[in-house]
Design a protein. Structure first.
Ligand SMILES: *Cc1c(COP(=O)(O)O)cnc(C)c1O
Length: 352
């Protein structure tokens, strides 16, 4: 049965099931106890991602949220602050963890329409060394952000600025390989891993999710210097993220790095197909996707029909989310036929 004959799940790229080959890699993985640092599959994954992104060391963590938390708490202490975007996951979508667990204050900034944080605003937000202020320690960027690629020249300029002001630089690269895929296409380059490394090298630390577009069931990695990762390792322990026979999961992540990076372009092409399919429907405003996420706004009279549309699609086995805007995410478990089914269902809805 083709995947699209059952449910077309466009809610998120986190919904993918491990493929049969990935499951085989998991079953074959040699295991140890990672709290003793003796799980060969975890060690191999950490080595692989650190080398791939050009860093000294890496830490395998259960989630991207924990990875960002370990990063912020390793860069910052009590009473420090990090500059971050209003829409950034590690500010808006992680329950305020850095403030709750680390007494680290966020300094959120508004994004420009391309997802960037304007350099002048970053500079203006850096506090002088004065008892009135929290100590500004860190700039945290996210790429991709809401499916948008931060232009590479911007990433360089923002991280150079931060460095010149003595700040650490963290990238929430949950979808770094989607960013690298889009950046490679822009630059007419074909080595996605090299592109990911180029982006990552602008930062002191980078978090990458294996459980998004890469299609692993669980897991993220944090990369940085050996000393930084040693601090993060202690925080991971405090956060309850020291896992035992975690090689089962690391093997899936490792398999994803070997086999699912170069296919991300397929997801991006499907997002384009979806966006094009929705063009011209009265009441829909489709934001042209740069990667694997399509945002759609309902406008005019259609605005009030958001939940009705989602329920209608749901009844046909087509799943999407609409917390702020309608969102459709393509991934490993969606194919062209599934995308076409979604387009046809949405078209039919707006004819009715
Ligand atoms: C999903 C996501 C995370 C967090 O990952 P979880 O594994 O769900 O905790 C962090 N940052 C971004 C940008 C994400 O999309």
């Amino acid at each position: 049965m083709a995947i699209s004959e059952s449910v077309v799940d466009l809610r998120s790229d986190t919904v993918t099931q491990p493929t049969p080959a990935m499951r085989e890699a998991m079953m074959a993985a040699p295991l140890g106890d990672d709290v003793f640092a003796t799980d060969p599959s975890v060690n191999a994954l950490q080595e692989k991602i650190a080398v791939m992104l050009g860093f000294e060391a890496a830490l395998f963590v259960p989630t991207g949220t924990q990875s960002n938390l370990c990063a912020i708490l390793s860069h910052c202490g009590r009473g420090d602050e990090y500059i971050v975007g209003q829409q950034a996951h590690c500010y808006r979508w992680e329950g305020g963890g850095a403030a709750v667990f680390g007494s680290v204050q966020p300094q959120p900034l508004d994004h420009a329409s391309d997802g960037t944080l304007p350099l002048a605003q970053i500079e203006a937000a850096i506090k002088p060394d004065d008892a009135h202020f929290a100590r500004t320690r860190l700039l945290a960027l996210e790429n991709t952000l809401g499916g948008k690629l931060l232009p590479f020249e911007y990433v360089q300029a923002a991280t150079d600025l931060a460095k010149s002001k003595g700040l650490q630089r963290h990238l929430d690269g949950a979808r770094l390989f989607n960013a690298a895929t889009a950046q490679a296409a822009l630059n007419k380059r074909s080595d996605i891993r090299a592109e990911a490394r180029r982006i990552a090298q602008c930062f002191d630390s980078v978090s990458v999710c294996f459980s998004k577009g890469l299609g692993a069931p669980v897991g993220s990695a944090l990369v940085g210097s050996r000393e930084f990762i040693a601090r993060a390792h202690r925080i991971r322990k405090m956060a309850g993220g020291g896992m035992r026979q975690a090689g089962l999961l690391a093997a899936a992540a490792s398999y994803a790095l070997d086999h699912h990076v170069d296919r991300l372009a397929d997801d991006h092409a499907l997002a384009q197909r979806l966006a094009h399919g929705l063009e011209g429907i009265e009441g829909l405003k489709v934001e042209a996707p740069q990667t694997n996420i399509v945002f759609v706004d309902l406008v005019g009279a259609a605005q009030a029909r958001s939940s009705e549309l989602l329920a209608n699609l749901n009844a046909q086995g087509i799943l999407a989310t609409g917390l702020y805007r309608l969102r459709f995410v393509t991934h490993l478990d969606v194919d062209a036929a599934g995308v076409d089914r979604a387009v046809a269902a949405i078209r039919a809805f707006f004819k009715s």
